[in-house]
Design a protein around this ligand. Structure first.
Ligand code: PEP
Length: 254
């Protein structure tokens, strides 16, 4: 099954709107015309408009957000709705990142609710799953990743799955410089695909794109992305530098 690779940059709480006006044109220039992979950048909410303006109309680079609130609107001080993101031309939204699971107590049920809201609003969710070091060392990796995948992706209609991306991000590899080996990552990606096949069917699972995230760099991108079940990368730190982000994209497709 040929699945188009998808490389997304998660800027986290980095880059002001002013800095975004510098970084986005640099990414665009270095990338040039590129259709070998889908490329997504996910700046913070406050920089989405600046990023959109810098990308311009009909850009090959898509815009994504890092979270949304599950309600359509109302008295939720400080929150952002799916419609607000669509209005800023977002096409993707990262959901259930381990930092949100850890610091904002996001559960699989909440991630699932947000994902359904995103899909209804024509936003494509990038749903993050991944075990902590303690869970891996205790031998619970498979149980945790299976539970997160089933819980976060429950009840999607078959058509919705065309717009879903799952990111496997072992928590112990995020921002630590410790990358999962290609074999370790492949093992979990295959497990996620088999899990999805189990509850959503083989056709859905075969088409599903599963990204790896966790200290992806230009020098490890190619080997990771050459694994049969790794269909892309969710890149944190290295996406804040145009040269390294573009090198990851190009190496991932080499
Ligand atoms: C992330 O936060 O999604 C991530 C993968 O971060 P890093 O690439 O910095 O490990």
């Amino acid at each position: 099954m040929l699945r188009k690779k998808i490389i997304a940059g998660n800027w986290k709480m980095n880059k002001t709107a002013t800095e975004t006006k510098v970084l986005v044109p640099e990414i665009k220039d270095r990338l040039g015309k590129f259709d070998q992979a889908e490329v997504v950048i996910c700046p913070p909410f406050t920089a989405l408009q600046a990023a959109q303006e810098a990308l311009g109309a009909h850009s090959d680079i898509a815009l994504g957000a890092q979270n949304l609130h599950q309600a359509a609107g109302g008295a939720y001080t400080g929150e952002i709705s799916a419609a607000m993101l669509r209005d800023l031309f977002c096409r993707f939204v990262i959901l259930g990142h381990s930092e949100r699971r850890q610091y904002c107590a996001e559960t699989d049920a909440l991630v699932n609710e947000k994902a359904r809201v995103a899909l209804k609003a024509s936003l494509r969710p990038i749903i993050c799953v991944g075990e902590t070091l303690a869970e891996r060392e205790a031998g619970h990796m498979a149980q945790v990743v299976t539970r997160q995948t089933q819980g976060s992706c429950a009840g999607f209609a078959e058509d919705d799955w065309n717009n879903v991306v799952i990111a496997y991000e072992p928590v112990w590899a995020i921002g630590t410089g410790k990358t999962a080996t290609p074999a370790q990552a492949q093992e979990v990606h295959a497990l996620i695909r088999a899990t999805v096949s189990g509850f959503a069917g083989k056709t859905v699972a075969d088409k599903l794109r599963i990204q790896y995230g966790g200290s992806v760099k230009p020098d490890n991108a190619q080997e990771l992305l050459n694994q049969p079940d790794i269909d892309g990368a969710l890149v944190g730190g290295a996406s804040l530098d145009a040269a390294s982000f573009v090198a990851i994209i190009k190496n991932a497709c080499a």
